[in-house]
Each structure stands twice: as C-alpha cells, then as structure tokens.
Design a protein around this ligand. Structure first.
Ligand code: SD4
Length: 334
C-alpha cells in the first residue's frame, strides 16, 4: 500500500525529464505490476543542487558545472571546493578551526551514481579534501584513506601541502584554550561545513561532504562526514542525503542511509529527514538540547527536504535559475 502511494506521488504530469524508467527499475524486483504503472514521464526540473547551510557561491559553481553539461559528480566536487578554499569559512578546508592541539584535520567523502565512493579522514595540510576523496574512489581499490597515508596519497597525486591554520582560526583556538571547555557549539558551522547533493540533466545523482569537523575536537577524532551512510549516502534509484552537525549523533543512527531507506519505503525527502531527526531526539535520555543535527535530502524526482533539531539550520538550493538560502523547519520549538 505504501509503495503504491509512493508511486502515485511520483506520477507528476507536465513536460520534463523522463525519470520514470529508473523509478520503475527500483521497484521492479518486488512487483512487476507496479512497474507498469510507473512507466510514465515524470516532471523533474533538472538540474538541481542543494547544499547544507548558506553557501550560494558553492551552489552557483556546481550549477555552472551542470549547465555546461557536466555531471553531478563533477558538480558536487567543484561546489565543495569553493568552500574548502574559502579561508573565512571556519568549518571546512583552509581556515577550518583546529582540534584541541591546534591541528586542522579534515574529513571528506564523495559518492557517485553507481554507488562508488571515496573518503579521507584526519587529513592534514591539504585544502581540497573532497578531491582527494574522489581520487581515492577513482584511483585506488579502497574506499577510505586516513591520516598520513591519505596525505602521502594526495601529495603523490600532485596536491599541494599547505598550512591550513589561518591567523583567524589560530586566534579563535587560543581564545578557546583559556577555558578549554569541550562542548559542541550549536550552529558554529553555520556557514561553511558543506554537504552537497546534485542531480544532473540525465537525472543522475551524486553527493559530497567536506569538513574540518567539530571545532576543538580531541586529536584523532573523526566525525560522520567521511563515513559513507552516516554523513552521506547516495542511491541513484531512490535519492540522496547529507548530514551536518554533531557527527557522533549522526553516526549512532547511520543518519544519511536511514533517510534514503525511508525514502525507499515511500516517504518524501521532508518526511524522511524529520523521521531521522526523530530517531535522535526520541532516544531515551537524549540530550538533544545540547547539540545540533541537520539533514538535507533529495529524491529521484527532484523533490527536496531539510530538517534539523534546532533553529537556524538552512539549506541552499539552486533550481530553475533561483539560487537561494531556505531556513529549515526544526524540532525543538521550546
Ligand atoms: C562533524 N558533522 O565532524 C561534522 C561537523 C559538521 O556542520 O557537519 N558541522 O561532526
């Protein structure tokens, strides 16, 4: 019944790209009958790009790639690189806030329409972690490289070694050290930690995620962002999701995979994001008041959703010529 509802919901009319055949293939295994009802042309206003937080320059870059005929994978990589290079963004790439010891350590991952993925964790002194993750995906038999190994791999592929700790981030760290309280700061990352999802003109989906992680984390800490299924998940037949906020809570619920699976079961991207946040806040003894988690998601039709625990999470969306920041609805209204 639920599946029928999902199929019904996907049967939009109007001119547009035919993605019906792909939807059909996703239910094909389970019901031949349903397949016949989905073989219709579905309107999807493509291409489209969404990203966590307020990152219009990044989504503009990704859209430019798509408009020039590039694929979704190129788009998310190029889009994320904009924020990685932006020194003012203190949650990603160059200028990212360091760990407690003053080291900037980056986590990133990328996933394509085939379900291929690559990831780097605890990467130091290389600005474009997302591109290193792509290289891991494309040029190695592995999914994830960590620390010194990831750095050596990057250097051997022509990436440049750089100091990522800017004066501003160093100053912020030195101020933090005065009290050295370790408490996640809600929405500290409200500009630049970036998770991005794109659908290209062919209706194919890719995603990427890149971050310097929680400010003042313990040395060696890795969050959700480079963990496939937690920080990011793409299933080209269903949709994709990317997470932001306190990575530990996302990992514990395998958040992005959960959102995609909920969409597979028939939920809209919005409903799926809300349920995934529900899994966190409804845990017995959840201390959700002390941390933020936000999800953004897109399904194969190009419908999007976004939701967070607390206010002031936002999604940037570029579709139909409009590139805008949209405030998210949130759980904690008290
Ligand atoms: C982490 N999830 O390392 C990341 C941080 C983040 O927006 O996304 N901030 O836990």
């Amino acid at each position: 019944m639920k599946r029928r509802k999902f199929i019904k919901n996907t049967a939009l009319s109007g001119a547009g790209l035919a993605v019906g055949s792909t939807l059909a293939s996703c239910v094909d295994n389970e019901s031949k009958k349903i397949k016949s009802t989905t073989a219709t042309s579905i309107k999807a206003s493509l291409p489209l790009v969404i990203a966590t937080w307020h990152v219009e320059e990044a989504t503009a870059k990704a859209m430019a790639v798509l408009q020039a005929g590039g694929n979704a994978l190129d788009a998310v990589e190029q889009g994320c690189r904009v924020e990685e290079a932006n020194e003012k963004g203190q949650s990603v790439g160059k200028g990212g806030l360091p760990d407690r010891d003053g080291n900037v350590t980056l986590d990133a991952c990328i996933m394509d329409k085939h379900g291929n993925c690559g990831s780097v964790v605890y990467l130091q002194n290389i600005t474009h972690a997302v591109s290193v993750a792509r290289k891991v995906m494309e040029d190695t038999p592995h999914v994830m490289l960590a620390g010194e190994g990831a750095k050596q791999f990057a250097l051997s592929n022509g990436f440049k070694e750089e100091n990522l700790l800017t004066e501003a981030s160093k100053e912020a760290w030195e101020k933090w050290k005065v009290e050295a309280k370790y408490k996640p700061i809600i929405n500290i990352e409200n500009h630049d930690t970036i998770g991005m999802l794109a659908i290209d003109k062919n209706g194919d989906i890719s995603g990427a995620c890149t971050t310097s992680g929680l400010a003042y984390k313990m040395g060696g800490r890795v969050g959700d962002s480079p963990i496939i299924g937690s920080g990011l998940f793409v299933d080209n037949e269903i949709g994709a999701c990317v997470a932001t906020g306190l990575g530990e809570e996302v990992v514990k619920t395998v958040g992005s995979f959960l959102v995609v699976e909920l969409m597979r079961q028939g939920k809209s991207p919005q409903e799926a994001c809300e349920e995934a946040i529900g899994r966190i806040v409804n845990k017995p003894n959840s201390n959700y008041k002390d941390f933020q988690v936000g999800y953004i998601a897109v399904n194969k039709r190009g419908e999007t959703g976004h939701y967070s625990i607390h206010q002031y999470f936002s999604m940037t969306k570029f579709q139909d010529g409009v590139n805008e920041q949209i405030q998210s609805d949130f759980y904690n209204k008290n």
